[in-house]
Design a protein around this ligand. Structure first.
Ligand code: TRH
Length: 398
């Protein structure tokens, strides 16, 4: 690790990302994705400071959770430590989701000239108010430092969404190429699903609406293959099929429904699951965005917040996403999303959604292309350069 030998000048193109894992995989999922992209596509030397390495090792199996420092996929991964006073901060500092930087690191930032660009990467929301808050400064109460709020989002007035440079191209190749799809299915231990079977990936939190939904699939008009990555919803899958030890590799069958339990795969491979399915149930933030890039109909289980503000977020995204759909398709999406998030009535809402799938499919493709022009990593670097130029100008003027 580099010591703070000089207080003048910043090493070029270095970025520190700080991630405090609150729960699940969203915080680290977004931080890891951004870190990889800044390193691979923009040549940044990225250090990712994370307080929960076991969670990261689920997204990238090569990560050894016992190591304090290691390099994976071009990113220096460091265990979040107590004392940062001897650390030279990078020129670009990203605090993921307001995770509160260590005081000793903030003090070190304040001593640098020019100061690092300090960005708080916020949670994603489609609510209109974020457009007015995106890019706003927040002066430090004690030190001569400013932090900037950077809001991901769906409109041009926001920071956009994380999207790797070649993702949509790779998706299109995959979706056209049966051999690639076959290789994917094989890699998760499944023979290429038969034509005409609706493939549904199901990644979610515990949800009481699951039983009705599974019943609707079992009794429905189309044969369904449901792929469930190992995780929080799995015990309920077991409960529905009368198995108190559901685990990876198991298959359950009822009526026209077949359920397969998949391993939790590495982050890059999860995209392939989304691309290979016809409908994707996703949750939180990062899988929700990836499902949009997959260009397939999706059902979003929003991360529930105790003050219920998630309902407004769900509504805000629904209004944007559904505005380009016919009335009956929009209604079917709204009804299933509401039922899934209310944990009641998803089975009843399913048939209308399934009937609208052809329209939802073309809409999902259009939607992904429409969003692709607003690239978060690019916007973030442009923003940080703008702040950097402003700083240099201020110093010159002193
Ligand atoms: O895991 P999530 O529910 O994460 C969160 C957190 O709860 C967080 O605190 C909250 O603020 C946020 O949601 C809104 O859902 P998310 O965001 O979809 O993250 C899941 C990550 O796991 C994502 O990067 C995709 C990845 N993943 C894999 O890498 N392999 C897999 O097999 C699966 C199913 C997911």
């Amino acid at each position: 690790m580099e010591l703070m030998s000089s207080k003048r000048g910043l090493a070029a193109q270095r970025c520190d990302i700080f991630c405090n894992v609150v729960d699940n995989f969203g915080d680290i999922g977004v931080s890891w994705r951004l870190a990889r992209q800044l390193a691979a596509e923009y040549g940044y030397c990225v250090r990712l400071w994370v307080d929960d390495l076991p969670s990261l090792s689920r997204l990238c199996n090569a990560v050894d959770a016992s190591l304090a420092e290691q390099c994976q996929r071009g990113v220096e991964i460091c265990r979040w430590r107590g004392d940062f006073s001897k650390m030279r901060p990078a020129g670009l500092v990203i605090e993921a989701f307001g995770c509160a930087l260590p005081e000793s690191y903030i003090d070190a930032m304040a001593e640098l000239v020019p100061q690092p660009v300090w960005i708080n990467l916020e949670y994603l929301s489609a609510e209109a108010w974020i457009q007015g808050c995106h890019g706003l400064p927040s002066p430090h109460p004690r030190l001569p430092l400013t932090k900037y709020y950077f809001f991901p989002g769906f409109t041009e007035q926001t920071g956009g969404l994380l999207l790797e440079r070649d993702l949509l191209q790779r998706r299109d190749v995959f979706q056209r190429d049966a051999a690639l799809q076959q290789a994917f299915w094989q890699s998760v231990g499944i023979a290429m699903p038969a034509e005409g079977r609706l493939k549904i990936s199901l990644f979610g939190y515990e949800n009481a609406a699951l039983f009705g939904l599974l019943q609707a699939w079992a009794e429905g008009a189309h044969p369904v293959l449901c792929l469930v990555p190992e995780g929080r919803i799995l015990p309920q899958i077991g409960q529905y099929f009368g198995d108190d030890a559901p685990c990876v590799g198991k298959t359950y069958i009822r009526g026209d429904l077949q359920v397969r339990v998949l391993p939790f795969v590495e982050q890059e491979r999860y995209d392939e699951l989304l691309w290979a399915c016809d409908v994707n149930f996703v949750r939180g933030e990062d899988s929700f965005v990836r499902a949009q890039w997959a260009g397939k109909p999706l059902v979003w289980q929003i991360y529930p917040q105790h003050d219920a503000v998630h309902w407004e977020k769900l509504q805000a995204f629904g209004s944007l996403y559904n505005s380009q759909l016919s009335a009956h398709a929009a209604e079917s999406v709204q009804a299933l999303w509401r039922a899934w998030n209310m944990e009641h009535g998803a089975g009843q809402a399913w048939p209308a959604f399934a009937a609208a799938c052809a329209e939802l499919q073309s809409h999902a493709q259009r939607w992904s292309r429409q969003l692709a022009d607003n690239n978060l990593a690019l916007n973030l670097l442009d923003f940080s350069r703008k702040i950097g130029r402003m700083r240099a100008f201020e110093i010159e003027g002193q």
